[in-house]
Design a binder for this molecule. Structure first.
Ligand code: GDP
Length: 185
């Protein structure tokens, strides 16, 4: 969408445990690619992209900050919560621990971000569970979509399962969150 102006600039933060795929989701969004062995996230990375919001006739410029997933970086990343309109809270559907830890990431967001911030819970790496309908690889999934959706609802978050590897639901996640934000403006 080069040369196109935008109606809104929205700051997003991407948070969650190290290794859940935050950088990969950002790379997929902005670059349409996937790296099997990306550089470990150090500090904060930034990506920008224009997206058209379906049914809204609005172009949004996303400014996305990928916050590092380790405890030791929390003091650095906290300042990045300020001014954020949206948050992708990411866990890995094959890691129960990353889902459990999502609660403390959400607590952090609630403590430091704008109370009206739109949060979307993302169960990433769903490609690893593909074929589970046939029962072949279902043991790799450690969090059901049903459980995650219930928790998201209870906490007032949107929810999607996604894959940075296949690209499934990556743009959709930002579109749905952006649409929610625009409805609040
Ligand atoms: P971060 O620490 O949260 O930023 O996670 P990374 O983006 O660095 O990803 C950690 C590892 O998971 C890397 O080896 C990625 O290639 C892999 N990964 C990330 N997203 C996906 C995904 O959707 N599917 C699969 N199969 N692997 C993924």
């Amino acid at each position: 969408m080069a040369g196109i102006t935008w109606h809104y600039v929205l700051k997003f933060i991407i948070t969650g445990d190290a290794g859940v795929g935050k950088s990969s989701l950002l790379i997929r969004l902005t670059d349409q690619r996937f790296l099997a062995n990306p550089d470990p996230t150090l500090g904060v990375e930034f990506g920008s992209k224009l997206i058209k919001i379906p049914d809204e006739e609005k172009i949004v410029k996303l400014q996305c900050w990928d916050t590092a997933g380790t405890e030791s970086f929390r003091s650095i990343t906290r300042s990045y919560y300020r001014g954020a309109a949206g948050c992708l809270l990411v866990y890995d559907v094959t890691s129960r621990a990353s889902f459990i830890h999502a609660q403390s990431w959400l607590d952090d967001v609630r403590e430091h971000a704008d109370p009206h911030l739109t949060c979307i819970l993302i169960g990433n790496k769903v490609d690893l569970c593909e074929g589970e309908m046939e029962g072949s690889t279902s043991r790799r999934r450690e969090v059901s979509a049903d459980e995650a959706e219930k928790w998201a609802k209870k906490e007032g978050m949107l929810f999607l399962e996604a894959s940075a590897k296949s690209g499934r639901n990556v743009e959709s996640a930002f579109e749905q969150a952006s649409r929610d934000i625009l409805h609040k403006i």
